[in-house]
Write a protein that binds this ligand. Structure first.
Ligand SMILES: C[S@@+](CC[C@H](N)C(=O)[O-])C[C@H]1O[C@@H](n2cnc3c(N)ncnc32)[C@H](O)[C@@H]1O
Length: 271
């Protein structure tokens, strides 16, 4: 064992080591000061930042148009969360990416645009039931039929359709069906899971993709803080119990989101 009091080249440390208790305990939640919560009135739509308005880039133009549609709120990623996802994908450059929960394709735009910018032929495999969208809390609009065609038209307008493949139906079952093909394509490097938010459904989605994740793959869950996002507790349960319910070893990171802190969790498979 190296002596921690001496640096690797034998010199004394200039900066003293922090005082680390022998047993590390998690900080109790009330002590988590940096945890953004909604201040003031609940917003009624996502606000697309003016610095992203760029009418000559088709995917940014398409996103700007979509964020003006009342139906995308609140179930679609906020622009700030989308930007974070785009940055993650752009930097890690997955070859094979999976999205569970396409909805109206806002998250699809953020991910597929990053794949397109990387320019190396990577594909996003999109799983969704493409069922009817009903009015609900904070959503005073509906789309009762034709969602898959609508999504494809949007992605075509954004010049991202060629980066996407679609698998309509029940996501865990469709993923299971596609396992061999995705494995043959090189295995999954990136998965964004934002479909069924119940514990059973979210775990099924995760288990359907987990055996074909590559070492180093990222899995991103949306809506990880149930008290902030309508009580959906599936993604939370997976993050809290990942090494009980996952077969590999995972690193884990919690990400805070604003203006509404629905939360994102990132797993990195290291086994
Ligand atoms: C919260 S929305 C996804 C939002 C989207 N990721 C975005 O940010 O733009 C959840 C989507 O998952 C779909 N979904 C829920 N359960 C599903 C299941 N078992 N199989 C397939 N799709 C499902 C819903 O129809 C909906 O389109």
């Amino acid at each position: 064992m190296p002596n921690p009091m001496v640096s690797p080249d034998g010199r004394p440390w200039v900066i003293p080591a922090p005082d680390v208790p022998a047993i590390k305990r998690p900080i109790p939640n009330p002590a988590l000061r940096h945890y953004p919560k909604l201040v003031g009135e609940h917003p009624r739509r996502w606000k697309f930042p003016s610095y992203l308005v760029n009418e000559s880039t088709p995917w940014l133009r398409s996103l700007r148009e979509m964020y003006e549609m009342p139906i995308v709120f609140p179930a679609s990623l906020s622009p700030e969360a989308g930007l974070m996802l785009h940055g993650l994908v752009r930097n890690m450059r997955p070859r094979v990416a999976v999205e569970v929960g396409t909805f109206l394709s806002v998250s699809t735009h953020w991910i597929a645009s990053a794949l397109k910018e990387s320019g190396d032929g990577a594909l996003l495999h999109c799983f969704d039931d493409f069922g009817p969208i009903h009015k609900g809390p904070w959503r005073d609009a509906e789309m009762l039929s034709g969602r898959e065609e609508w999504v494809k038209n949007r992605l075509d307008r954004a010049e991202l359709l060629d980066r996407c493949r679609f698998y309509p139906g029940n996501s865990p079952l469709r993923l299971l069906e596609q396992r061999d093909a995705l494995r043959a394509a090189g295995g999954v490097d990136f998965a964004f899971i934002d479909g069924d938010h119940g514990v059973y459904g979210a775990v099924q989605d995760f288990w359907a993709v987990e055996p074909i994740l590559n070492t180093g793959a990222y899995v991103v869950f949306h809506d990880t803080f149930p008290d902030q996002c309508g009580g959906h507790n599936g993604p939370r349960e997976i993050l809290d119990r990942i090494n009980e319910i996952g077969t590999g070893l995972y690193e884990k990171l919690e990400l805070y989101l604003s203006p509404l802190n629905y939360g994102m969790g990132v797993l990195r498979r290291i086994g």
